[in-house]
Design a protein around this ligand. Structure first.
Ligand SMILES: *Cc1c(COP(=O)(O)O)cnc(C)c1O
Length: 403
């Protein structure tokens, strides 16, 4: 039988093989940790020649990474059709920061989808402002409104789909087409679905941003970010990132490579459990709305089905009524769900969220939901037995009902 060419392999096969170049791994299965600041040259001629090649795979100096970082970057590039390369960062937040700094200059305007992750919003409205770059928020569910909002100095648009607090799925191809028609660069935070769930570059995105802290790390023990870019944007992303001293630690990259190998099975399990839990939550009187794109009938489900190949177990549950204290009692009463930031680990988490604090162009609760019910809990469904998680939520709902 003919060998299947790597480009034609299924996603699960590519997750297993990605980044494992023999010259970087040796006989070890997963790329080992190469710790190095100094890389030694054979002689001065080789050192001089080294100045002229700046690429992953070429030893130069630790600031440009070594085989462990190159293996992770290459793996992420291989998972994203249309990608020319990937840059790595020491946190997820540094990824949108560096992507934006590589495409914007003084006098430009940035358009930011109003469902975007708050630290990205704050970076735009505070830090970018100090560099002479203005920011405007828009409703990403209103495509005509977005097209009309593009101004002469609008240079780039930052999308997030679904929004990581409020779960709106955006029509990324339509938004990207409207942006491209006016010459804008399209950036997207793809952390929720990741490269296995949404092929960002194939849907019109130029720079795809991931908090690897979430699904790729997968075990709540590493912070890391990445930006994967197409051929038009990768060179400037690389240049600006290295100029600003950005590099990820090889130890963290080794953890991320380990996480990557099991990411597909973890996300499938988390999504499946989350769907079971979301269906159950929907039947409860205490719940006003379940915002979870995988759930039929949930806002954005049709777009999710059209564009996505997967998802994850992150959902937002809007509680009935208007009692904020009841929402907090519910979160406090959960025993299998930790109260903490982040998601994507093997363990379940719960967090009271306040999307209304970060809204400039969209309503909270979302259109179609009861405006009298504003209090929400975000749930990350980990790898526990879903029946145990449901039993835990059921006993916590008793605390919601009774002070
Ligand atoms: C968590 C997160 C980030 C930032 O990642 P950190 O590693 O926590 O800095 C960026 N975007 C989204 C959507 C996230 O959920």
């Amino acid at each position: 039988m003919a060998k299947v060419p790597p480009g034609k392999q299924g996603l699960a096969t590519r997750l297993v093989g990605a980044g494992r170049k023999p010259e970087w791994t040796g006989p070890a299965v997963n790329p080992p940790v190469w710790r190095a600041s100094t890389h030694l040259y054979e002689n001065t001629a080789a050192q001089d020649a080294g100045r002229h090649v700046n690429a992953d795979g070429v030893f130069h100096y630790g600031a440009r990474g070594g085989p462990t970082q190159w293996a992770l970057a290459e793996a992420l590039t291989a998972l994203e059709p249309g990608a020319a390369g990937t840059m790595l960062y020491p946190t997820g937040l540094a990824a949108p920061v560096m992507a934006l700094l590589s495409v914007l200059k003084a006098g430009d305007e940035l358009l930011v989808a109003d469902n975007s992750y708050d630290p990205s919003r704050s970076f735009a409205t505070h830090a970018l402002r100090d560099y002479g770059i203005s920011t405007r928020f828009f409703d990403p569910l209103d495509i005509d409104g977005f097209a009309a909002a593009i101004a002469a100095n609008s240079r780039a648009v930052l999308l997030e789909s679904p929004g990581s607090l409020s779960m709106e799925v955006c029509d990324v191809p339509a938004l990207a087409a409207a942006a491209k028609a006016r010459g804008l660069t399209v950036l997207m935070d793809n952390t929720w679905a990741g490269p296995t769930g949404f092929a960002a570059l194939s849907h019109g995105v130029d720079l795809s941003i991931l908090a690897l802290t979430k699904h790729v790390g997968g075990h709540s023990d590493v912070m890391l970010g990445s930006v994967t870019a197409n051929a038009e944007y990768y060179p400037r992303l690389r240049k600006r990132s290295l100029m600003l001293g950005q590099q990820a630690s090889p130890d963290d990259c080794a953890l991320a490579l380990r996480g990557l190998r099991t990411m597909d099975v973890r996300l499938r399990r988390s999504s499946e459990s989350a769907l079971t839990i979301a269906e159950w939550l929907q039947t409860r009187d205490e719940v006003s709305a379940v915002l979870f794109p995988l759930l039929p009938g949930s806002p954005g489900h049709d777009l999710w089905k059209r564009d996505f190949t997967g998802g994850c177990g992150l959902m937002t549950v809007i509680m009935a009524g208007s009692d904020a204290a009841a929402r907090d009692r519910l979160v406090d009463a959960l025993t299998l769900f930790g109260i903490g930031y982040s998601w994507g680990g093997f363990e379940s988490l719960a967090l009271g969220v306040h999307p209304e604090r970060d809204r400039a162009a969209m309503p909270w609760p979302p259109r179609g939901c009861d405006p009298q019910h504003p209090h929400a809990v975000r749930l990350w469904i980990g790898l526990e037995d879903p029946a145990d998680l449901i039993a835990d939520i059921e006993q916590a709902l008793a605390a919601w009902r009774t002070p």
